[in-house]
Design a protein around this ligand. Structure first.
Ligand SMILES: CC(C)(COP(=O)(O)OP(=O)(O)OC[C@H]1O[C@@H](n2cnc3c(N)ncnc32)[C@H](O)[C@@H]1OP(=O)(O)O)[C@@H](O)C(=O)NCCC(=O)NCCS
Length: 172
């Protein structure tokens, strides 16, 4: 199978949103996906866009039964660690089921690693569901450390309603 890994372009928006939804379905969280192609276009293709995506593309003759030629994506943005400088955060990595086990996932991650080095990052960080053993095996094979276990970190979130409360209760 031949494929290329390249930065996403405006023409990929619909395809990437489809894959984002596939990935969310796998995590039983489709109802939480609020992003639309228009949102990603407005947020992702302006001059000061803070995130980017890589896509894996196969030639038309190798498209999926559903007609996909964009068969995987890796979504990332820069964040910063006060201890260690820039970090590339990998938000999503997804390959369509029929295209797995052919090197596409590791090629997407290798290209993200190239971006991380070019931007002077000290780490690539990401979240992986603890029930997703295939993903854990995949990342372990590629040298990832589980810092939740190793360093006892908890992943925390303050959601929109609580953010609002924090603002309203604003202590001086
Ligand atoms: C995880 C994922 C991105 C891997 O993509 P892929 O294209 O299948 O991976 P590759 O073909 O590059 O495989 C790389 C290595 O990982 C191994 N691997 C891939 N999938 C694996 C699996 N399900 N279980 C165990 N090992 C796996 C391969 O054997 C390969 O090792 P090798 O190079 O020694 O043969 C893909 O399976 C996927 O999209 N899964 C669903 C979404 C997901 O779990 N994303 C990651 C968490 S957010």
């Amino acid at each position: 199978m031949s494929y290329i890994i390249r930065p996403w372009a405006l023409k990929d928006l619909k395809a990437v949103v489809r894959l984002i939804r596939e990935s969310a379905s796998l995590h039983k969280a489709l109802d939480q996906v609020k992003t639309t192609p228009e949102m990603l276009r407005d947020d992702g293709f302006r001059e000061d866009a803070t995130f980017g995506s890589l896509v894996a593309e196969v030639p038309p003759e190798q498209r999926s039964k559903e007609g996909d030629t964009i068969v995987g994506y890796q979504f990332h943005y820069l964040t910063y660690c006060t201890w260690d400088g820039h970090i590339l955060f990998g938000e999503d990595l997804y390959v369509l089921p029929g295209f797995r086990g052919k090197g596409i996932g590791s090629s997407l991650l290798a290209k993200a690693a190239k971006i991380a080095l070019a931007k002077g990052c000290s780490q690539i960080r990401f979240i992986s569901a603890n029930w997703n053993q295939p993903a854990t095996d995949f990342y372990t094979k590629l040298g990832a450390l589980n810092v939740t276990v190793q360093d006892n970190w908890n992943l925390c979130s303050i959601e929109r309603e609580q953010i609002q409360k924090l603002v309203e209760q604003g202590r001086k």
